[in-house]
Design a binder for this molecule. Structure first.
Ligand code: GCW
Length: 869
């Protein structure tokens, strides 16, 4: 498809950008085809222009559609929450109070939380107060449980509530004798609160509330956050870095802030704690471990326990329970003197060790009766553990578990271990250490040594939260052990607080990936997706857990990047129901957070949905893992070689003159054998391994033919380029929303996207140049956005699509005008944004096309210069 040019002559880029000349079908059609919003007039956005994002998705803006507003108002005349103040939750801290000037408020019962959320939510959405009433007026929303509410007992048959368990809820429209109501009910106050948020979500997303008959039960029992207050914290309120300001460290909860913030430490409760609590409850998150797994034993000291108790008091009405991470060697810490142990006394079988932990757990339980237990990172990355005394992870986990079992607590023991003595391939190590413990016959005739109150907490992949990994082979392998999956919500390897990367698709991919797990007779299990293993349906586990390493901080918007809120949201929704699809979750989030206008929703959802695959493409395409510089895990450093082999990008890329990638097949490290047979065979063979994991399992020759016919080197380079081109499209798509998004958030995201594009380009360039050192090859020039231009009758092509600009010599006496643009992809759209008026001069050609993960865009910048004579 060629194109004839019809543009005026201009040579200044800022002016070029304002005037765009489209070749072909007309601007509106072309842009909407690629997801950006046509620039037509529309009503101004409802959010105030200075809105900072601090409400997360709990934003209750008045419903703009007059018809819908009228229907909502007609249906929702009153709120009835009977006996809301009857069942008060425990409160330890006598003088629990909000910081001066707070806007949130403390409640002391879960039903009060539900009632107040309805008052706030319906009042905002309906644009007028909705009164709280006694009795049973017409047009009422009733919230409660059969215990709290005689009305619920009357309106909802017991048999309908029975299958909901403790956390499930139902939402039902009822109409009797002309009397209409909506009832939100569960078996517990917390379930009623969950139902309340689900009901409000419907209104926020402007869905119909007529004829409701909804029920929902979570698939996983424990839906927890881990919060690392000192590491990978990308949501601090200091925009120049990740830290805090005014004596805060950037973490969401203040324990030890100094200076101007010293008066804000717990037990004082800040607004953001309650926003976070409401947000967690809105998703059904029911626990949080509040400190880093590289644990500071401060959190076990009496003074800290008092602070934790205050936090627990504030979160309790929302059903969010507390745990802390511990250091295995905490008993040796002088802060507990005289109650300390020697290093030799850390024997997990000894009464001394166990009693020490029982004492600590009792202190916690005295202040926090529903304290959950401990999260443990042991013998990992320098942390102490049972192996220091010659014991294994089973001994250590069970020793701790025995100490806290009488108190009803659990141990979450992480499997993120990779002791170099176990195997040269880091990926094989955890399986080799944990697997055999699961197989051990026990004296009571059962199999598997891990105690019942132990959960192994396992990262989704075998390496370390990379943007793409195969599922961890421990899923399905630990048949006799409780196992929680650990996902990283904070974007350590996925762009931190700069890149827009929606992680829903990553988690959906892993939760829905087939383990091909078999039973003891080698027969494939009927239910065997990773999600089935996690929710217990694969192997019949009654207790189940999912953990997200959270991305909260003290930034105004709580997550640093406005789009990082989506990741917390998606984690929570998937924790409740892992079978949901990432796109639907994104759509809900956009409606709750940005806008209900369909065209805006479509554009933002499109921006989100390709963002993770784009990041994979410009950072670590085709299965090459962990090419991050070690200093911060943000930028690239494929050449880096560290003292620790298994922290070094070179260890993962294995670049040489023959090719690239880590051979983990049977001819290499043999890691593939840790998978169940179907997967082991698929991954072992370079012909059958999924191409997106190619270099994860194989050392790939530069000339290897890919499935699309290209050679590996060319495809590799195009993947890097395509990822960056997606980010260029993101910027254009976002710009198209300027009139539809409140000003402050628009500008903040726009600035992040500019940095994102530059940093994605640096990933592409750094990696491609480094690979060239091994293969000596040129950059291929026939990628997805390749073009040929015609100037003065002469076709010019072969451009490196990764270059920022191109010099085009123009013969004396010929016009510098581009007369034709021919894209390699016939479906691509070409647009000449401007022509050079003379030489030297500048022309810009925009190419837009679709890649396999979404729209891509490149502006070719041509510097037209006089040809040398
Ligand atoms: O990815 C690594 C991170 C560490 C982290 C560790 C872990 C808290 O770089 O920051 O330590 O994983 O998960 O234990």
């Amino acid at each position: 498809m060629g194109a004839t040019v019809s543009s005026s002559d201009e040579n200044e880029q800022s002016r070029l950008r304002r005037r765009s000349f489209l070749i072909g079908s007309g601007a509106a059609v072309a842009t909407s085809m690629f997801g950006a919003l046509p620039a037509q007039a529309s009503p101004p956005n409802a959010f105030p222009d200075d809105y900072d994002g601090s409400d997360l998705w709990l934003r209750y803006e008045p419903v703009a559609d007059p018809g819908l507003l009228a229907r909502y108002r007609a249906a929702l005349g009153a709120i009835v929450v009977e006996n809301a103040g009857h069942t008060l939750v425990h409160r330890h801290t006598a003088n629990l109070s909000m910081a001066p000037g707070s806007t949130e408020h403390l409640v002391q019962s879960t039903l009060e939380a539900a009632r107040d959320e309805l008052v706030r939510g319906l009042g905002g959405l309906l644009g007028r107060p909705v009164p709280v009433r006694d009795g049973f007026p017409d047009r009422t929303v009733v919230v409660g449980t059969p215990d709290s509410s005689p009305l619920v007992r009357r309106l909802v048959p017991a048999r309908d509530l029975a299958p909901l368990g403790d956390d499930g809820y139902l939402i039902r429209s009822l109409s009797r004798g002309g009397h209409r109501s909506i009832v939100v009910a569960g078996n517990t106050d917390l379930a009623a609160l969950y139902g309340t948020f689900a009901f409000l979500r419907r209104l926020q997303a402007q869905q119909s509330i007529a004829g409701l008959d909804i029920s929902s039960v979570p698939k996983i029992n424990h839906r927890y956050l881990n919060y690392w207050e000192t590491e990978r914290l990308y949501a601090g309120n200091n925009p120049a870095g990740t830290g805090g300001l005014n004596g805060e460290n950037g973490a969401i909860f203040d324990f030890t802030a100094t200076g101007a913030s010293a008066a804000l430490n717990l037990p004082v409760i800040l607004d953001r704690y309650l926003v976070a609590a409401r947000a967690m409850a809105s998703l059904g998150i029911n626990g949080i471990t509040i400190n880093n797994v590289n644990a500071n034993s401060f959190y076990l000291t009496p003074a800290a326990i008092e602070q934790e108790a205050a936090l627990a008091d504030a979160l309790r009405p929302y059903g969010v329970r507390l745990a802390v991470s511990i250091n295995y060697a905490a008993p040796t810490d002088a802060r507990f003197a005289p109650d300390t142990l020697t290093r030799e006394e850390l024997d997990p079988y000894s009464a001394k060790f166990r009693d020490w932990w029982t004492r600590r757990a009792r202190q916690l339980q005295a202040a926090i009766p529903d304290f959950m237990g401990f999260t443990v990172k042991a013998n990992s990355e320098g942390q102490p553990g049972p192996q220091d005394l010659g014991y294994d992870h089973g001994d250590g986990a069970n020793g701790m578990a025995a100490a806290v079992a009488p108190l009803g607590m659990r141990i979450f023991w992480r499997t993120f271990v990779y002791n170099a003595d176990v195997d040269t391939d880091r990926l094989k190590r955890a399986y080799l250490e944990f697997g055999p413990i699961d197989d051990e016959p026990q004296p009571d005739g059962t199999i598997g040594r891990f105690a019942e109150n132990v959960f192994l907490q396992t990262k989704n992949g075998p390496l370390d939260y990379q943007a793409r990994e195969p599922a961890n082979p421990l899923f399905g392998r630990m048949e006799h052990t409780n196992q929680a999956i650990e996902l990283q919500v904070t974007q350590e390897y996925t762009g931190q607080n700069t890149m827009l990367c929606y992680l829903g698709p990553l988690w959906e991919e892993v939760l829905k990936s087939d383990t091909h797990a078999t039973d003891a007779h080698g027969k494939l299990l009927a239910k065997r997706l990773v999600g089935n293993v996690v929710d217990g349906t694969a192997q019949g586990h009654p207790d189940t857990a999912i953990v997200g390493v959270a991305n909260l901080g003290n930034a105004d918007n709580l997550t640093g990047h406005h789009f990082a809120q989506a990741n917390l949201y998606a984690f929570g929704r998937l924790a409740w129901d892992w079978t949901l699809d990432a796109r639907g979750i994104a759509e809900d989030w956009v409606r709750l957070t940005w806008s209900n206008r369909d065209a805006v929703v479509r554009t933002i959802v499109a921006m989100m949905m390709g963002s993770r695959e784009a990041l994979v493409s410009y950072q670590t395409p085709l299965g090459v893992a962990h090419q991050f510089r070690s200093s911060d895990h943000y930028g690239p450093n494929p050449a880096e070689r560290l003292a620790r082999d298994d922290w070094s990008p070179v260890y993962y890329n294995k670049a040489d003159s023959a090719g690239l990638g880590y051979d983990r097949s049977p001819t290499g490290s043999g890691f593939t054998a840790q998978y169940f047979p179907v997967l082991a065979a698929r991954y072992a063979d370079i012909e059958t391994v999924p191409e997106n994991l190619l270099m994860w399992f194989h050392h790939v020759p530069w000339d290897r033919r890919m499935r699309n016919g290209r050679i590996f080197w060319d495809e590799l380079v195009y993947r890097y380029q395509t990822g960056v081109h997606y980010v260029s499209w993101l910027r254009q798509a976002w710009d198209s929303l300027e009139r539809h998004v409140d000003a402050r958030r628009f500008a903040e995201v726009k600035a992040k996207l500019a940095a994102h594009e530059a940093d994605a380009g640096s990933w592409r360039d750094t990696c491609v140049r480094y690979w060239q050192e091994f293969n000596g090859r040129a950059i291929p020039t026939n990628g997805p956005l390749a073009i040929t231009i015609v100037v003065g009758g002469r076709p010019i092509g072969g451009f490196d699509a990764g270059a920022p600009s191109y010099t085009v010599p123009v013969a004396a006496g010929t016009s510098p005008k581009i007369t034709k643009v021919v894209p390699a992809d016939p479906a691509a759209k070409c647009e000449i944004l401007g022509q050079a008026r003379g030489v030297p001069g500048r022309a810009v050609v925009r190419i837009t096309a679709n890649s396999f993960f979404g729209p891509i865009l490149k502006d070719y910048v041509f510097d037209l210069v006089a040809a040398a004579r």
